[in-house]
Design a protein around this ligand. Sequence first.
Ligand code: UD1
Length: 420
Amino acid sequence: MDFLRIVGGKKLSGDVQISGAKNAALPLIASTILASRPVTIDNLPNVRDIKTLLKLLDNLGASFTHEGSQATIDTSSIDSTVATYDIVRTMRASILVLGPLLARFGHCEVSLPGGCAIGQRPIDLHLKALEQMGADITIKSGYVIAEAPKGLKGATIIFDKITVTGTENILMAAALAHGKTTIINAAKEPEVVQLCEVLQQSGIKIEGIGTDEITVEGTGGETIAMPDFAVIPDRIEAGTYLCAGAITNSEIRLRGVIPEHIESILVKMRQMGFDFTIDGSDITIHPAKSIQPVEIVTSEYPGFPTDMQAQFMALALLANGTSIIEERLFENRFMHVSELRRFGANIQLKGNIATVIGPTKLYGADVMATDLRASSALVLAALAAEGVSNVHRIYHLDRGYENLEDKLNALGADVTRLKE
Ligand code: UD1
């Protein structure tokens, strides 16, 4: 197993190119199941989750070529509709094949994703919505078995909770359903918007893109002529590098960002005393004179993303005062707290609220990554700590950050990947 050895306390400088968004790429790759022709996707991040989903499609019988940031996927040869446990258990987002497989083939079996490090994360809302579209769903031997032999039919879906992958699954299902589907309380994340736009460019009539009410006119089972396209930049990777600049109090420039996608992150960083220069798709972070404490409540887009909560907690350790961080989306997303304490952090936890008492002098430590974003918080703390840290179990990081150590080292950090 790999781990990262990080010598902390280095100032960063220079430029970092932001990769394509993993969470946009995953539903977009799944959506090629709906396509009538091979589709070339550009700006894919070179991370493990993408390879995992391509492997899943390969298992279903699809063919693909994948080199660098580009993949061409041909789903015309799919001859299985079973997403097996061995793949789904490694990546929850595998559930994204449920909607498109069912819509195209009228049948599919997808292993239940099961528990996950950051909470229960059920898929009940996905299943309830598909049932409303006429699917017959049973759970047997750990698999979701979904049948709609005559195809799915349009329906009005009201999501009780805003769900990102749930909205994406239903958008893909609705694209090939008979008639009109209206999704109420839909997710508005930029990744959902890009999926809508690509479906629209494929000839599907969609209204309400980027709002919480989306209507989709289905093709009645016809596959769609999907264009080639490039994935939007990763707003969470961008936010993480801004935190790397902030926590080392350095000036660095991010290239290839969509600034409006990270507005809530910039707002919080400004409150903490950091300043930015935005020039088209480039953002430069300028150091703070004194880092101020912050209050953060995670919420759905355009609110502050839960996927940035852990990184901001690392940054709050250096703030001159007490920060309050409330996690509203996932019930168990504070597992980084005990690891941050190993660097010397003073954090009190009560339910879903963390009180971070700063400023803290951080010292290098051995720490264990627990989930994808928690891992990046540990790397950030290690960059700011005095001395050497070892971040173990970085396979979590490899799921979602492209070339993390190369990108950080190019900025002047001292990060080495080693084997346990
Ligand atoms: C996606 C992102 C993840 C991000 C999260 C919230 C991908 C691949 N992953 O995850 O990085 O942290 O959005 O922004 O895009 N819920 C239910 N029942 C369901 C579905 C969800 O109760 O059927 C609950 C969840 O437990 C959670 C909330 O709804 O409390 C939001 O989850 P959801 O938006 O579905 O997260 P994901 O789509 O899994």
